[in-house]
Design a protein around this ligand. Structure first.
Ligand code: SAH
Length: 188
């Protein structure tokens, strides 16, 4: 049985950053799995921000958080992650992006290069030293392939002095499995 994939690995890499986090972000709430993971893996006092442009996604996320009695620590925002700087003014300890479309939802409503790059760029400005951003990208379909190429171009342009950008992917699987990118802000 397959035990690792990009989504699981994103959680594994980010978990150590959550133990002492004050503020964390789920940039793509979707069905709420990462939002729940962030709320569940951080101290009680941590504030979690979760963004999505679809009300349907936030309804699902809210249901999941309520079921686990974790809704109180989460701010759900029905807006593009490209407007993140309008909501978040404090330093960010960790942030997760899971790109693409909502499984079971409208496949036309997907993340896109321009807004993803804007949102990652804003998160990097807010990120604390040693803070981590995870981005799961989906090269298995045309729109996702283009988005991945565009974001990779942006990632490779980031200053190596300020950031360490890495990736994790499975190399023996058919149909272009998702790829995880990790951006850590270097110590000052
Ligand atoms: N591809 C993943 C799930 C991704 S869900 C999987 O297969 O499990 C991605 C979510 O991002 C969707 O719910 C979608 O509505 C949301 N989204 C798309 N563009 C967005 C934007 N600009 N800001 C915030 N959320 C966005």
């Amino acid at each position: 049985m397959q035990t690792a994939n990009a989504v699981v690995m994103a959680q594994r890499f980010i978990k150590p950053k959550l133990l002492t986090a004050s503020l964390v972000v789920d940039a793509t709430a979707g069905n709420g799995k990462d939002t729940l993971f962030l709320a569940d893996s951080t101290p009680n006092t941590t504030v979690v921000w979760a963004f999505d442009i679809q009300a349907q996604a936030l309804t699902k996320t809210n249901e999941l958080l309520t079921k686990h009695k974790l809704a109180d620590k989460v701010h759900l925002v029905l807006d593009s992650h490209a407007h993140m700087h309008q909501y978040i003014k404090q330093p960010v300890d960790a942030a997760m992006f899971n790109l693409g479309y909502l499984p079971g939802g409208d496949h036309e409503v997907s993340t896109s290069s321009e807004t993803t790059i804007q949102a990652v760029s804003q998160t990097l400005q807010l990120l604390r030293p040693e803070g981590l951003i995870t981005i799961v990208a989906y090269p298995g379909y045309e729109h996702g392939r283009v988005e991945l190429q565009d974001i990779l171009h942006y990632f490779t342009s980031l200053s190596q002095k300020e950031f360490t950008v890495a990736c994790w992917s499975i190399v023996n699987q058919k149909n272009s499995p998702p790829i995880l990118y990790l951006i850590e802000k270097n110590e000052e």
